[in-house]
Design a binder for this molecule. Structure first.
Ligand SMILES: [Zn+2]
Ligand SMILES: [Zn+2]
Length: 177
């Protein structure tokens, strides 16, 4: 299990921004020294309230970053478990839309989202063969990179389109079939 990235980094940013705000407030005070009269204490309280507000805002921003990271992780785990579950029932979730089961026969594989790949000219693709191809590529990428790879269909001038797996983060690119 890994810690969310930038946990301490985000806190450092919060601190840094707060220090900047504090310096800005202080220099403002120097420009307007008349504001610091008998009500100095009250105004100091106001500044603390402002700083607290800024901190709250930054903390909630930090939380949303962590939440987004956790959502991505959950999505990845759901996809992987849906692929693994598919092995028993031989239902493979479409890697393009993540919504429908692929239709696979000896001639083509297709999905209602528009994915259509002719498999007759290449291998005799069965669901378990496709399953192994997908898993091999996904785990190959995961050895070096924790980001979600993306599947896409690339046109091929000579034959049927290729199903590609790629990752923009680490420049991984491979043909699934
Ligand atoms: Zn689809
Ligand atoms: Zn990657």
């Amino acid at each position: 299990c890994r810690d969310p990235p930038g946990g301490t980094g985000a806190s450092a940013i919060v601190q840094e921004v707060m220090e900047e705000e504090w310096t800005a407030l202080q220099s403002e005070d120097r420009r307007l020294p008349s504001l610091w009269g008998p009500h100095g204490m009250a105004e100091e309280y106001d500044e603390l309230a402002v700083l607290e507000e800024i901190q709250q805002e930054l903390m909630s921003h930090e939380m949303s970053i962590i939440e987004e990271f956790e959502r991505n992780l959950q999505f990845e785990q759901q996809y992987i478990s849906s692929v693994v579950e598919g092995m028993d029932e031989m239902h493979i979730i479409c890697p393009i839309c993540h919504m429908n089961n692929l239709s696979i026969n000896s001639h083509f594989l297709s999905c209602t989202c528009g994915l259509y790949i002719n498999t007759k000219v290449r291998l005799n693709i069965s669901p378990d063969v496709l399953q192994r191809l997908l898993e091999a590529r996904v785990s190959e990428h995961m050895e070096d990179c924790l980001h979600n790879p993306v599947f896409s269909v690339a046109p091929n001038a000579d034959s049927s389109p290729n199903l590609m797996i790629s990752c923009q983060v680490c420049d991984y690119l491979s043909i699934v079939l």
